[in-house]
Design a protein around this ligand. Structure first.
Ligand code: AMP
Ligand code: GLY
Length: 432
């Protein structure tokens, strides 16, 4: 069978790689893909933007894939899935209505409140003065920190955890000044929740929902989880912060009610529902955000542990037969993904930096796989094309071994202008 994967990041490389591990999958077409998918045997890149709905629909009609898997949120929010489904193409990824769970934080909040899903207390504003008045009130009542969020998609940059009232006010003003365009027409102000964050990526056919292994990522650029937020500097799975009993609570208190809430709105949601959770000091899971897609880099850490063929899960979701699937099979052990970025990221950085040695890093240990996040092939040679460049991933019986293996692999990669954190997985060091 043939499959199409839309997107160009480490997540999409990991998805294409995982699909091609199954003997049932003969070809993956990546739109547009990256240097890693170009080099992946069985995979072919088609140069077209991930948001070019008409182009992608044409490509699907010509190639007749078993399904189209949409990686990033932008095309989902723009209705790519609707357009493909209208042509009877099987799609993994929600329609535009369901994608609102990520594309509007206010919409997602209302859904959570209606469905009784535990989340931070919040209020939504459409103008600066009311938002600022509310900040003053909250500051008096509860003090800081407080969280200010642009309502819409802002490429991970729309959230400010404000430590002072001044910072919170500045964040509100920036959003209403139009820093994020239409994504900032509304502002969500939210109670600050303390605790560890866990990413639960769940797959659903709209009727049944099942979590994958829980993961954690490192959002901040600096070691010790300091400095500005990034798309994610590393990830690991399965996190011991979410043992089976807690995951069962997430299933019962978050995933199932959310799916029911979507259905109550007449939304048939097929694809990934990604719950970004905080585990409170009392041990309760609360949602801080939903995403309508696989997480990145979490997917790079989770998929190498999956034994069930990915195309079976995807098709079961597309065909509404997830309930009939046996439980997903997972490898024992742990995985760790360390992101190699270009120096300067998440600020300004250079592109076109040369990279070599990936073959050596992968061939010397079968538990290592290097996913490409921002690379391209130029005259046959590999170079960087983005801020996050590689996701060096390793699986091993323990976290310590997986982390050590990932760093050993990094040492074999020749990418002189790179930056990576040396403390990925510090929260799980010493744990099985
Ligand atoms: P989001 O885009 O909503 O995931 O927010 C980005 C990051 O901001 C999250 O990964 C958290 O680290 C932080 N964050 C968001 N909402 C809250 C909250 N209510 N309490 C504490 N931290 C938050
Ligand atoms: N790693 C966070 C995300 O994918 O949004």
């Amino acid at each position: 069978m043939k499959a199409i994967v839309v997107g160009s990041g480490g997540r999409e490389h990991a998805l294409a790689w995982k699909l091609l591990r199954s003997p049932n999958v003969t070809e993956v077409i990546c739109i547009p893909g990256n240097g890693g998918t170009a080099l992946l045997p069985g995979c072919r890149n088609v140069a077209m933007a991930a948001t070019d709905a008409e182009g992608i629909a044409r490509c699907a009609l010509v190639n007749n894939p078993a399904f189209v898997l949409i990686g990033p949120e932008q095309p989902l929010a723009e209705g790519l899935a609707n357009m493909l489904r209208a042509q009877t193409i099987k799609v993994f990824g929600p329609n535009q209505d369901g994608a609102q769970i990520e594309s509007s934080k206010a919409w997602a909040k209302a859904l959570m409140v209606d469905a009784g899903v535990p989340t931070a207390e919040s209020a939504v504003f459409t103008d600066g003065p009311s938002a600022i008045a509310y900040l003053h009130e909250q500051n008096k009542a509860k003090g800081m920190p407080i969280v200010v969020k642009a309502d819409g998609l802002a490429a991970g940059k729309g959230v400010t955890v404000a430590l002072t009232l001044e910072e919170a006010i500045a964040a509100v003003e920036d959003i209403f000044r139009g820093q994020f365009g239409a994504a900032g027409d509304r502002v969500v102000i939210e109670e600050f929740l303390q605790g560890q964050e866990v990413s639960v990526l769940a797959v659903t056919d709209g009727l049944t929902i099942r979590p994958l292994l829980p993961a954690q990522d490192h959002k901040q650029i600096g070691e010790g989880d300091t400095g500005p937020n990034t798309g994610g500097m590393g990830a690991y799975a399965p996190t011991p912060v979410m043992p089976a009993d807690l995951l069962a609570r997430v299933q019962a208190e978050v995933l199932e009610p959310t799916l029911k809430g979507l259905r109550a709105k007449g939304i048939s949601y097929q694809g990934v529902l990604y719950a970004g959770l905080i585990i409170t000091p009392e041990g309760d899971p609360k949602v801080i955000e939903f995403n309508c897609r696989f997480g990145d880099p979490e997917t790079q850490a989770v998929l190498p542990l999956l034994d069930t063929p990915l195309e079976k899960i995807v098709l079961a979701c597309c065909e509404k037969r997830l309930a009939d699937m046996p439980p997903f099979a997972w490898k024992e052990g742990a995985s760790a993904c360390v992101v190699m970025a270009a120096q300067g990221y998440p600020g300004s950085y250079r592109k076109g930096l040369s990279i070599s040695g990936i073959d050596t890093a992968e061939s010397e240990d079968s538990g290592v796989v290097v996913f490409h996040a921002g690379t391209r092939l130029k005259n046959g040679a590999l170079e960087s094309s983005g801020g996050r460049v590689l996701g060096v991933t390793a699986i091993a019986p323990t976290f310590d071994d997986a982390i050590a293996k990932a760093y050993q692999a990094i040492n074999k990669i020749d990418f002189p202008d790179s930056y990576y954190r040396r403390d990925i997985g510090h929260r799980v060091k010493g744990q099985a």
